[in-house]
Design a binder for this molecule. Structure first.
Ligand code: ZN
Length: 114
């Protein structure tokens, strides 16, 4: 796992309340100091306020611990051949980050819009 350094954004797992009024949830947090590779102090951003705390690393989401966020692919689920072209409206094979098909793209390049 990456070494924690000051300024990195991580997830803090909040404690839920014993009677379930509040669930244990992930919160955004910034590392404010590093004690060891596992123990850091965090500035934790809750929707209703901030607090500062020393926390231990845990790969499993456990109340009072921190871990690295999971990176979600930007265009998750978008595959070539499954997209509808924004220009011609046809279902065509496209690169993951394109919103118009290769034919329309070629045409657009050939006939630049003034
Ligand atoms: Zn098209």
């Amino acid at each position: 796992m990456p070494k924690p350094t000051v300024g990195r954004i991580v997830l803090y797992r909040s404690y839920g309340t014993p009677n379930g009024e509040y669930d244990s949830e992930d919160r955004a947090a910034i590392i404010t100091s590093v004690e060891t590779d596992e123990k850091v102090t965090l500035a934790v951003f809750n929707p209703s306020g901030m607090f500062f705390n020393a926390c231990e690393y845990s790969e499993e989401p456990k109340g009072g611990t921190w871990r690295w966020p999971t990176i979600t692919p930007v265009m998750q689920g978008v595959q070539p051949g499954t997209n509808i072209c924004r220009s011609c409206g046809l279902r065509k094979e496209m690169f993951q980050d394109e919103s118009i098909c290769a034919d329309c793209l070629r045409k657009a390049r050939k006939d630049p819009v003034e």
